[in-house]
Design a protein around this ligand. Structure first.
Ligand code: PRP
Ligand code: URA
Length: 209
């Protein structure tokens, strides 16, 4: 079973409170969401494998550590996932970026996929799916389906706010993946929004509506 972890570092909690506030404008929301994503990338990459490498410092030869193994692909679920990409690339600048376009039907809450563009060789890559909101879990489940269908074997899902309903659904559908959230909130309302949440993440990031 993959793990579910709430990354509740004080800086993450503080910054999340800033963007939850309804008076936080688009510019600040974007900047702080990015900062949270950077802090989360630090925690999410904690189990990355290392290998020995011989280098020479000004004082002589030494064996030190460098990252080994699979190359990372950051996969934002459009639109709102875009708000976490730069934050993660701050720490993992060599990562590739794949995109999954998905929107949730406002009435049925069912996700619809409209775009997928991935780098090749997903079998040998570490995939970080990013989306600020894990609500019913429908979008996340479909995104993981899309990556597995294309060969991905190692997948982590990284969100800002998760609802218990979404965590349960995603773990049941894909027990092998790791899920990381900055907060686990209380519940979903009748319209499928996370409470207390932060509202519509895409609209708040891009200033729509
Ligand atoms: C939001 C959010 C997730 C999805 C979560 O996207 O960014 O992708 O809803 O809901 P779920 O867990 O119930 O599937 P939305 O469909 O609003 O699209 P947008 O990012 O383009 O605004
Ligand atoms: N999508 C959002 O943007 N916010 C929610 O609370 C739920 C789904």
């Amino acid at each position: 079973m993959g793990k579910f972890e709430v990354l509740d570092h004080p800086l993450i909690q503080h910054k999340l409170t800033i963007i939850r506030n309804k008076d936080c404008g688009t510019r600040e929301f974007r900047q702080v969401a990015d900062e949270i994503a950077t802090l989360m990338a630090y925690e999410v990459s904690r189990d990355m494998p290392l290998e020995d490498v011989e280098i020479e410092t000004p004082m002589g030869k030494t064996v030190q550590k460098q990252l080994a193994g699979k190359k990372v692909v950051v996969v934002p679920i459009l639109r709102a996932g875009l708000g976490m990409v730069d934050g993660i690339l701050n720490l993992i600048p060599a990562a590739k970026v794949g995109h999954i376009g998905m929107y949730r039907d406002e009435k049925t809450l069912q996700p619809h996929e409209y775009f997928v563009k991935m780098p090749g060789d997903l079998e040998n890559r570490e995939m970080f799916i990013v989306d600020p909101m894990l609500a019913t879990g429908g979008s996340a489940i479909m995104a993981v389906d899309a990556l597995k269908k294309r060969g991905a074997k190692s997948i982590k899902f990284v969100c800002l706010v998760a609802a218990p309903e979404g965590v349960k659904a995603l773990r049941e559908a894909h027990p092998d993946i790791d899920i990381f959230a900055a907060a686990l909130d209380d519940h979903l309302n009748g319209d499928g929004y996370i409470v207390p949440g932060l509202g519509d993440a895409g609209d708040r990031l891009f200033g729509t509506k």
